[in-house]
Each structure stands twice: as C-alpha cells, then as structure tokens.
Design a protein around this ligand. Structure first.
Ligand code: DGP
Length: 112
C-alpha cells in the first residue's frame, strides 16, 4: 500500500478535511504554506503522466472539488495554487497521484 492508501484506510493518522468515495484531502505533514493540503484519489494512479482517459472524470471531479476545499480552508478569496509534481525534476516523492492546494500567503512565480 502507498502512504496515502494507508491514510485513506486510517492506518496512518492525518487531518482529513474532505472525503468522497473516490478521493480525499488532508493537511500535508510538511506544509510549504499556511494552508497546504493534498487532494488524493483513493484509486492509485502513480502520477499524472500515467493517468488514462478512464481517469478523466475522477481527475475533473478532484479539480472541481478544490474550490469547495479552498472555501472550507478560508483561502478561496485570497487565492491559492494547485500543483501536481510529476517525476524527479518536479520533486515527486510519493508515487500516488496527489494535487497540492497551497495558500494563505503570497506564492512566488515562477516556482523554485
Ligand atoms: P510530492 O513531493 O509532490 O510527491 O509531495 C508529497 C507530499 O506528501 C509532501 O509534501 C509531504 C507529503 N507527505 C508524505 N508523507 C506524508 C504523510 O505520511 N502524511 C501527510 N499528511 N503528508 C505526507
């Protein structure tokens, strides 16, 4: 099982802020901004480059749900960034697709 599957199964504790039967969101253990949550499908897709057309609706629902999660966390008005790291140069460290939602401070662009 991946770390995130273990969190979904409640084998590893995490602060879960949103959950459906398909995906869930929880606070990142190593936050890079005052608000930093991960939105993760329960079905393991290793990374976005390995997603298929069959994953399109799930990924779309995750993207749309980010709005509700941002509202719940109080960053909808101030702004937030959605990030998916794919592969070594992007710093991907967990081979279970996840979307970062970062906010609560000004986020520099371009990213480091
Ligand atoms: P990435 O570098 O894009 O693969 O991001 C992986 C993120 O996962 C990283 O920001 C830290 C987070 N993370 C890793 N292990 C755990 C964990 O056990 N619990 C929580 N809450 N977050 C974790």
């Amino acid at each position: 099982m991946t770390i995130f599957e273990k969190i979904a199964a409640r084998e590893i504790p995490a602060k879960i802020v949103h959950e459906t039967d398909e995906f869930f969101a929880f606070h990142d253990v190593n936050p890079q901004a005052p608000t930093h949550v991960l939105i993760v499908p329960k079905r393991v897709i290793p990374r976005i480059a390995e997603a298929s057309a069959a994953d399109s609706e799930l990924l779309g629902r995750m993207l749309v749900a980010s709005r509700e999660i941002a509202q719940k966390l109080g960053v909808a008005e101030s702004g937030y960034r959605l990030v998916i790291n794919n592969g070594p140069d992007a710093g991907e460290s967990v081979p279970h697709l996840h979307m970062h939602l970062l906010g609560g401070r000004h986020l520099a662009w371009p990213p480091g």
